[in-house]
Structures are given as C-alpha cells and as structure tokens.
Write a protein that binds this ligand. Structure first.
Ligand code: PMP
Length: 442
C-alpha cells in the first residue's frame, strides 16, 4: 500500500519512470503519448536535453538562495525575458511555485495597490461561473466551479460570479458574437453598478478557458469590452493565463491575441514546462509605482519565490521555444489537430462541440446533440474515457460537468509544442477508441 496521499484514495496509478519526447514510459515499459501535457504543463515533452543541461548547470552553481537575502542571475534574466515580451507595461515579475500561488499573488497585489492608493473600500472581486483559478482557498473562492468549491464554501470569501463567455452553452441561437459580447458586458456593468464601482477591486478571467470548460476561447470583442469597462471604473483586470499562456494558444500571451493589456497576468504550467515547478504574476508599472511610493514592500511571500533552479529551467524552456520557432508549430499542428478531430468526430452522435486555439483543444460530450443535453454526471463518462485512454496508451485531460446543471463531460487536449503530424494521428486514433469504448460501457 502506498503511503502517498494521492488525489484519488482508491485508484492505482502506473509509475512513470522515463520521459521520451512526447511519450512517458511506465515501470512496465508501456508508452503513453502525452496529449494533454498532464494539465497543459509539458510544452516541451519530457526529455529536452537543453533544458536538462541548463538545470544541471544551475545546480552546479547554486540550487537555491532565499529571495529575502539574494537575487539570482536566472531569476533576473527570466524576468527580463518575460517583461520584454509581455503586453503593455507589465514590466515586473513576481515568481512563485505554481498557478494557485500566482493567482493568490495577483489578488493580494490588487488589494495592496488599492489600500496604498487610498481606496481601501475596494474589496469586491468579480469572476465568472464555471471558472477555475486554483485550489488554495483564495484562488478557490475566486473560481466558480461548484464541483471544486462546494464543500469548502463556508471558508471561502464571497466573490461575485458572472456568466462565462461560453458560446456553445451561453450564446443564444440567433445571437451574433457582437450581441453576445455586448450582453455579457452589460452583465458586468450591472454587477459593478450593484456593488458600487468604487467598491470593486478586480475582474478575473481566463482568456481561453481550460480546466472547467475544455479550451473555450471568448468571442471576438468580449475581452476588449471587459477591458474597457474595467478601465472606465478603475477596476483591475487580471488575466489568468496559468493554462492558456506561454505559447499554448500560439502566442506567448493569450491576452495579446485578444488585443488587450491586463493589469496583472498569472502564468505557470508552460512557463517551466514541468521541468521545475514555477509560476509568476506579471504586474503593471502603475501598480508597482504605487507600491514603491507607498510602503515600498509587497506584503506577501513564499519560501521558494524565484527558486534559482526553477528559473533556470523556465528560461531554458522559453529560449528553446523561441529559438526553435515552436509557436509556429503550435499554430500549424493546432489547426491540423482541430481538423483531424472534426474529421473524426464531426458527425459523432455524442460529440457536441470541438473547439480551442493553438494546441489547446477541447471536445464536449453530450447525450443528445440537438438539445445539448449532457450525460448524467453520475455516469462519470469523463473518468471512463480517461481510464480507457490510459489503457490505449493515451493521456488526455478529462473533466466532468461543473455541477451547474448545464454542461457535461469534456476532454481537453494540450499536447507538447513539438508534436508532429504522426503524433496528431496517433492521438486522435487512440482518443476515438477510448471514447467509443467508454460510451459502449455505459
Ligand atoms: N488557474 C488556472 C486557469 C488553472 O488551470 C490552474 C491549474 N489547473 C490554476 C490556476 C492552479 O494552478 P496550480 O495547480 O499550479 O496551483
């Protein structure tokens, strides 16, 4: 019996022993093609020699130095790299160990900014239903995914949740993209009016929604409208790019694809590609100048901030992506993956939607395509597909519905940026077998 407290207390997990490009090998030498990067993490696959060498070289120098005492070269260089490529005036980078910490840091920076600016009454955060921003209590409170939050609810701070920009489920049959975006913008305006604009601190959203919906981009105009409303009311816009950022959608920052400049951007996953745990919050000059002129101190911190080995790994990952022009491959293979999914599943009676951007793709399973009725959540179709896929030697990221009664099971695909045409074929062939095997067993 394992002494590890795994997420599932009843399931047995195969032991991963080796990485080989886009494959993971288990202790029985079985190969799994990683079609989801774990949870959209492993953007360079599992055996990139340049990254591994960079990690070794850093450890030979110094593995870690506490950030209250020292800065380090990899931390400074990585921050320069990110600031040079981030939208607008996001010129300061706060390094943490993962996505939840990046979101917590963004929320605390937003709060401290308003306290030091003399607007301490700004306490309200507006987010969206069916969203996920992390599992720590603050980040969990921010998300609207009922499945994840319901049993912790008495501990969670009160956050206001609006409709997500989820075209397949929320857009009306005869509604244009512009009208849909306008309706959601009105909802934000109304919520702000209800709370009093002077009391609202931040609006947070994922530019392309990952874990709760399965790669759902917003309709055109939506984020521009949200940005505009936030700016008019002095509300900070936080883009949670923990999953969709760092090249996953074909650009380093998904917000840039939306043509907006957030006040804060949270990144993680693809930043270090899983070679080391690392996340970051990118912060605007306005926020930093306010804190610099105020207390001169960010009232927050974790032991592993700016971990030198993690920063060296992330820098090597990002340089590899840039020098190998891998974002071009993300766009090309992303289009091929979408097309192959449509060819395979376009007429499938139980696949209602195939969507996404870059190498971030999702399919939504439905009992009935016309009515978009989901399968009963008790059937746990997503978990059955995951189990069947693992049998086939395929890793895909399954999700159940978010318990709002509207949506059902999704499968998220987020393969490494180095995949080829042959990998796309292998992924879709195995996914087809796994989905049909799971459906037949219902
Ligand atoms: N935000 C988003 C959008 C995420 O997808 C996740 C993780 N799935 C997180 C935050 C939390 O990141 P982590 O698991 O690294 O804490």
């Amino acid at each position: 019996m394992s002494h590890v407290l795994h997420r599932s207390l009843v399931q047995n997990y195969p032991t991963a022993v080796k990485g080989d490009g886009v494959y993971i090998l288990d202790a029985n030498n079985k190969r799994y093609i990683d079609a989801c990067g774990g949870a959209a993490v492993s953007c360079l696959g599992h055996s990139d020699t340049e990254v591994i060498e960079a990690i070794k070289a850093q450890i030979d120098q110094i593995a870690y130095a506490h950030s209250s005492f020292f800065t380090t070269e990899p931390m400074e260089t990585l921050a320069d790299f990110l600031a040079a490529r981030a939208p607008g005036t996001l010129n300061s980078v706060y390094f943490v160990s993962g996505g939840s910490e990046a979101v917590e840091s963004a929320l605390k920076l937003a709060r401290q900014y308003y306290v030091e600016k003399g607007e301490p009454q700004r306490k309200h955060i507006i987010a969206r239903r069916q969203s996920y921003h992390g599992n720590t209590l603050g980040a969990l409170a921010t998300g609207g995914n009922q499945w994840r939050r319901q049993q912790f609810e008495p501990l969670l701070i009160n956050i206001h949740h609006l409709s997500p920009c989820y075209a397949y489920r929320e857009q009306l049959a005869d509604e244009s993209d512009t009208a849909f975006a306008a309706r959601l913008a009105d909802e934000l305006e109304q919520k702000i009016a209800e709370l009093g604009a002077e009391n609202v601190m931040a609006f947070i959203a994922e530019p392309v929604v990952g874990a709760t919906m399965g790669a759902v981009p917003a309709v055109a105009d939506y984020f521009k409208r949200m940005r505009d409303i936030c700016s008019r009311h002095g509300i900070l816009l936080i883009a949670d790019e923990v999953m969709c950022g760092m090249g996953r959608t074909g650009a380093l920052f998904a917000s840039a694809q939306e043509g907006i400049e957030p006040d804060l951007i949270c990144i993680a996953k693809g930043l270090g590609g899983g070679y080391q745990p690392i996340g970051a919050t990118l912060v605007s000059d306005e926020i930093i100048q306010t804190l610099r002129q105020g207390s001169g101190f960010f009232q927050h911190g974790h032991t592993y901030i700016g971990h030198a080995t993690a920063c060296a790994a992330a820098l090597a990952v990002q340089k590899r992506i840039e020098s190998g022009q891998l974002l071009d491959n993300v766009v090309r293979m992303g289009e091929l993956l979408q097309q192959t999914l449509v060819d395979q599943f376009g007429d499938h009676p139980h696949i209602g939607d195939i969507r996404g951007r870059g190498l971030f793709r999702g399919i939504e399973l439905v009992k009935d395509r016309d009515s978009k009725t989901p399968f009963d959540s008790g059937l746990k179709l997503h978990a059955k597909i995951k189990a069947a896929a693992m049998q086939q030697g395929l890793m895909c990221y399954p999700m159940g519905g978010t318990l709002n009664g509207k949506d059902g099971d999704h499968i998220l695909l987020a393969p490494p940026f180095i995949i080829t045409e042959a990998h796309v074929d292998e992924i879709v062939t195995k996914l087809n077998l796994a989905i049909n095997q799971a459906l037949n067993a219902l």
